[in-house]
Design a protein. Sequence first.
Length: 279
Amino acid sequence: MASPSDDALQRACDALLSADGLVLATGAGMGVDSDLPDFRGSEGFWRAYPPLRALGLVFEQMANPLWFDRDPHLAWGFYGHRLQLYRVTVPHAGFERAAAMAARMPQGLFAYTSNVDGQHQRAGTSERRVCEAHGSIHQLQCTAPCTDETWTAEDVVVEVDVATCRAVGPLPRCPHCGGLARPNILMFGDGRWVSDRTDWQDAAFAEWLEGIDPTRLVVLECGAGMAVATIRHLSERLVRRGATLIRINPRDAAVPAGQVALVARAQHGLTALAERLGI
Ligand SMILES: NC(=O)c1ccc[n+]([C@@H]2O[C@H](COP(=O)([O-])OP(=O)(O)OC[C@H]3O[C@@H](n4cnc5c(N)ncnc54)[C@H](O)[C@@H]3O)[C@@H](O)[C@H]2O)c1
Ligand SMILES: [Zn+2]
């Protein structure tokens, strides 16, 4: 198993000890230690969704709003399955470790994620301290959309035939126009995503940042990929303003000059940091 170097761990701890606030910035790799798939490469995706191999559909094709027009039962088969999976997933211990590190800082923690799985909230982070850059599967919107409103998917039940990855039975509808509803997730080539909820979260994040000296901010980035680099861009933008970056990733851990790379899985890296800090 990849292990962070002692020197990198010490530099990370020094930064955490003198920080006033912690941005926990996460991509798909953060969920891997909670046993969630990261969809890396077509093989990884097809391992998670075998029926889509037969259809020759990879993640970038499946995560496209066109399926809600073309084949709504297939679209909801994919998203309905993920909705159920993320509902029952228990976040790994690394989430709690990061929260414990931030609890010692005057401004605490803000989670900024490209994940749509709601795992930060499940791990106990307040809704007001999470920004979901690509939306959330736990919120729905109209496919048209006829309104900029989004609503909770809490009571939504979509039965999925896992052998075909197709939804069976009725699909979620828009309460305003009666049309088909879809997850409030930014998909590939998505001109119909309602961004309002993420815009509010982004504004809350900007306000939180304003209360912190940028040189006393630590960005703890875990499992952010390079293909869709939303999270990496955020981390590196904050570094340019003076923040310290700790990048935890078993494969893609290279960092800009002066920043800290921990070559490790998310849970392992976060645990190693917390233990060294005596948390
Ligand atoms: N759970 C989810 O919500 C989910 C799951 C898959 C993809 N997505 C979305 O798909 C898009 C692509 O995501 P991405 O660029 O983050 O994914 P990616 O698959 O391109 O990258 C995942 C990254 O995680 C790293 N990684 C793998 N295992 C890890 C572990 N155990 N600990 C830490 N890091 C690990 C990999 O080295 C890689 O750098 C994003 O919008 C993402 O939010 C979301
Ligand atoms: Zn509608």
